[in-house]
Design a protein around this ligand. Structure first.
Ligand code: G3P
Ligand code: MG
Length: 256
């Protein structure tokens, strides 16, 4: 049994800020997650045409903004003009796309730790991994808790490690490869962040026995959250921030 790495993160993490209750990955969403008691949030980070790290899930703009086409075809100056709130509901009209730097400022001011999912647009994996890690390193310099960097892209995680080896990394996956041990070791990850349907109590034990922390997404049923926490999952990521209360479910904000 290996020792487990430090994990200064809460047991519950708000997916994309506040799940579906507010426009995902906007500052309004992070504020709403905070209002529901969440002190960790997950977000998706990619690069503009001119290399600015900003928050957006999709590779294209049409689902969550008033523009269309590839998100990385526009410069940050152009992206900053977009409305990323009207698609959701009228109270959020005019909500903007945040840069990673703006999110960091809010996160540090409010003591909310972040799970930064590096979500490169296709073909920009290493560039995005490196840029997000460098921004995170600068923006959270001196912070008590560093953000967790996670990605489905091994190239992005590898590039992040090259430029900021000290930032914690999580191997994000929806299919567990047979050689997961080799992969997480090679990338220097401290955690596996796996789709919840892959988890069993035995697998949680197996990951812990390998010296890995365990996170899982996206869990929206209170009974399932309770089960995963009882199995020893270190952090559960949820959309249901209005239903699943950090205080009620964990009694404390962070893991021992
Ligand atoms: O980071 C966990 C989760 O967000 C991964 O899936 O598609 O919601 O970014 P997705
Ligand atoms: Mg994500």
């Amino acid at each position: 049994m290996c020792g487990l790495p430090p994990w200064p993160y809460p047991k519950l993490c708000a997916h994309r800020g506040a799940g579906k209750l507010a426009p995902e990955n906007t500052l309004a969403a992070f504020r709403l997650g905070y209002a529901h008691g969440y002190r960790m949030a997950e977000t998706d980070v990619k690069l503009s045409a001119d290399g600015v790290a900003f928050l957006l899930h999709d590779a294209t703009l049409e689902r969550t903004t008033n523009a269309s086409g590839r998100a990385d075809a526009l410069t940050w100056r152009e992206l900053a003009q977009l409305d990323a709130g009207s698609w959701h509901s009228p109270p959020y009209a005019g909500e903007g796309l945040p840069t990673l730097v703006a999110l960091a400022r809010w996160s540090r001011a409010n003591d909310v730790t972040m799970n930064l999912e590096i979500k490169p647009t296709p073909g920009r994996e290493r560039e995005t991994g490196a840029a997000v890690a460098l921004d995170a390193k600068a923006s959270w310099a001196g912070a008590g808790v560093q953000p967790l960097l996670s990605s489905f892209s091994e190239a992005a995680l590898d590039a992040a490690r090259d430029v900021a080896p000290e930032l914690p990394r999580a191997y994000l996956t929806e299919q567990l490869p047979d050689d997961w041990r080799e992969r997480v070791m090679r990338l220097g990850c401290i955690a596996l962040d796996v789709k919840h349907t892959l988890l069993t109590r035995e697998r949680v034990d197996e990951f812990h026995a390998a010296g890995m922390r365990v996170a899982t997404w996206t869990v929206n049923e209170p009974a399932s959250v309770a089960d995963f926490l009882a199995w020893g999952v270190d952090t559960v990521i949820s959309d249901a921030v209005d239903v699943i209360s950090p205080q009620r479910n964990t009694g404390s904000r962070t893991n021992p």
